[in-house]
Design a protein around this ligand. Structure first.
Ligand code: HEC
Ligand code: HEC
Length: 357
């Protein structure tokens, strides 16, 4: 192909009669270059995406720097059922460390054991997201934490009542004073402490990380094949990319909603943009081996079920992302993809249960 290209030599003078031909040649070369760039760039940038990205240090907002004492206070609040109206449900009820910081259920059970519309996502690595919830309706963990406490369907607690309850527990008053410099307990500081604890829950040092640090034995041959499929033929990395294997964006991948809601408009509820109907946040994939079942409605039970789902190109075609198409994977390729996802499980995240004041 390069024989069509004129050497780059713009100052060289040509005889007049040759100029027209030279222009035609240059024009053809331009078209060729544009075509080449158009065809190759997506392929090349796909290859670029497959470059391993290690987890960066957890970012902390300027107005909520972390400290050991703050994380400890946040952990107490996270595990304290007195944060709920019934004094029976804590954050850990639905985001249980023993169950990958999820609850093992398809849809969460809220106040009065009533089934909610969505699956409890893991809070592992949630500090890396710029948007919280399946539809991204909260932007910070600080803001997010106050949602479930007051939601009638979840912890069903009136904030004023909670502030009174906590103010009556001397151990909490002393802790808040040490951490925030004031013994007046505020919703803002409750949110900050819980968020600081959540940012300490990170999945790291997976076989995938060790592999890229040079330990080529860390991943099995099957997991390596799965990785190549993930970043190649199976197109997973179009959406699952970056350090936590999520683009942080919202896509409709064609999940048929199983919950008590017939249809869940997802991101559309936040943006009111037609394109966002049925779109949900791309979950991170580190450590998800521990937080089955999967999807916003918990409709896929195992990782193999998830792969089968993608292999058939999703279930609902309405407003489907153009990136979701049947994959025609072989049995071995499906197993390889599952092995790769297993290689994304980090070292165990061990939590010592707090003694509550
Ligand atoms: C009754 C079960 C339940 C309780 C209790 C609960 N959550 Fe959740 N949590 C959920 C569900 C369900 C979602 C997803 C809701 C949605 O997307 O609309 C969620 C979403 C989240 C998210 C967003 C994660 C992400 O990746 O988007 C975080 C963080 C979180 N909860 C933390 C907490 C904290 C902190 C508490 C306690 C203050 C708490 N949750 C209490 C069920 C619960
Ligand atoms: C078009 C973007 C996109 C592509 C391509 C894509 N995903 Fe997803 N993935 C998502 C979104 C969005 C969700 C959540 C959808 C929902 O709950 O409705 C999801 C959910 C998942 C889950 C469930 C995680 C959990 O915690 O519930 C897994 C596992 C997963 N994807 C793996 C893969 C694999 C493997 C591939 C390639 C075969 C892939 N994804 C391709 C966007 C994508």
């Amino acid at each position: 192909m390069s024989r069509n290209l004129q050497p780059y030599n713009p100052l060289k003078l040509r005889p007049l009669e040759e100029t027209g031909r030279a222009y035609a040649g240059a024009w053809r070369a331009m078209v060729l270059i544009i075509l080449l760039v158009g065809v190759l760039a997506p392929v090349l940038s796909q290859a670029e995406d497959s470059v391993y990205e290690p987890l960066p240090p957890m970012p902390h907002p300027a107005d909520n720097p972390t400290s050991t004492e703050k994380v400890e206070l946040g952990k107490m609040l996270y595990f304290d059922p007195r944060l709920s109206g019934s004094n029976w449900i804590s954050c850990a009820t639905c985001h249980n460390p023993s169950l990958g910081f999820g609850d093992g259920l398809s849809r969460a059970l809220g106040h009065g054991q009533k089934e909610l519309g969505r699956h409890s996502p893991t809070v592992i690595n949630s500090g890396y997201f710029d948007a919280q919830f399946w539809d991204g309706r909260a932007t910070t963990l600080e803001e997010q934490a106050l949602g479930p406490i007051q939601a009638p369907g979840e912890m069903n607690q009136k904030m004023d009542d909670l502030l009174k309850e906590l103010a009556a527990i001397p151990g909490y008053v002393a802790k808040f004073k040490r951490v925030f410099g004031t013994s007046v307990i505020t919703p803002g500081n409750i949110g900050k402490a819980i968020a600081a604890f959540e940012r300490s829950i990170v999945s790291k040092n997976a076989a995938y990380d060790r592999y890229w640090k040079g330990d080529k034995k860390a991943m099995s041959a099957s997991a390596v094949s799965g990785m190549n499929l993930f970043f190649g033929k199976a197109k997973c990395s179009i959406c699952h990319n970056g350090p936590i294997l999520s683009d942080g964006k919202f896509h409709n991948i064609g999940v048929r909603n199983h919950g008590p809601l017939k249809e869940d408009a997802g991101r559309f509820n936040v943006t009111k943009e037609g394109n966002d109907k049925g779109a949900f946040k791309t979950p991170g994939l580190r450590h998800i081996t521990r937080s089955a079942p999967y999807m916003h409605d918990g409709s896929e039970v195992t990782l193999m079920d998830v792969i089968e789902f993608y292999d058939r190109g999703g279930d609902v075609k309405k407003n489907l992302s153009p990136y979701i198409t049947p994959l025609n994977l072989s049995r071995q390729e499906k197993l390889d993809l599952v092995e790769f996802m297993k290689a994304l499980e980090g070292e165990p995240i061990l939590i010592t249960l707090p003694v509550l004041p």
